[in-house]
Design a protein around this ligand. Sequence first.
Ligand SMILES: *[C@@H]1O[C@H](CO)[C@@H](O)[C@H](O)[C@H]1NC(C)=O
Ligand SMILES: *[C@@H]1O[C@H](CO)[C@@H](O)[C@H](O)[C@H]1NC(C)=O
Length: 212
Amino acid sequence: MAANHLHPLLCLALAMLVSLDFSCTQTGITSRSSLEAATGASWSSLSGRFSFGFYATEGGLAVGVWLATVPNVTITWTANRNDTGTGSTLRLADDGRLLWTGVGDHDRTIARPSRLAVTGAVRDNGNFVMFVTDDAVVWQTFESDDTLVAGQELVPAAQLFSSVSDTNKAVGKYRLANQQLDDNLVLYPVGMPNDAASSYWNTGTFDLGFTL
Ligand SMILES: *[C@@H]1O[C@H](CO)[C@@H](O)[C@H](O)[C@H]1NC(C)=O
Ligand SMILES: *[C@@H]1O[C@H](CO)[C@@H](O)[C@H](O)[C@H]1NC(C)=O
């Protein structure tokens, strides 16, 4: 994690020089970091543009990522969208999972990386990422299913699900599918199969060979 120990200004300058997705993070979230559950309790990206932490929602608190620079905060990702709670602490467990402890009488898994994660960080593009020791990203909120932000991809076979409302991020009635089989981008009601009769809109890009 050498990049995370650089001075933030030096890090920014480097990022501008090389125009890369440089690992400039204000907060390296390690097994020693934790966040007490409270509205607005969060870790921020380098510029403060995005935050990751607890926000208030119908039914309690949710864990998510939000764009913090507009008058009304915009939620861009929510963990376990249908489950709110009032747990005690968010922390990186020894087994590499990101845990919300004490929700009801159990711990809730927020992230289960494919390899043992040692650090997490909120990036300035809104991606909350978890790393292993060689800096490889093993989990990221950009694999999200609710919102696309600039720089994020909806990869083939991925879907976006609507929210119940602006204030309730539980899974709503509609989904947008990037269909791997025919390269078409199609809107369906949730619970309906991926077939033409169920769809209500599409980009008409089937079999054009678009790939990401
Ligand atoms: C912010 O929220 C308030 C209260 O809900 C609303 O009246 C206002 O229009 C919102 N502003 C924006 C920019 O969305
Ligand atoms: C999530 O919550 C919404 C609204 O309460 C409900 O309509 C939907 O069926 C739920 N989805 C799942 C997968 O539980």
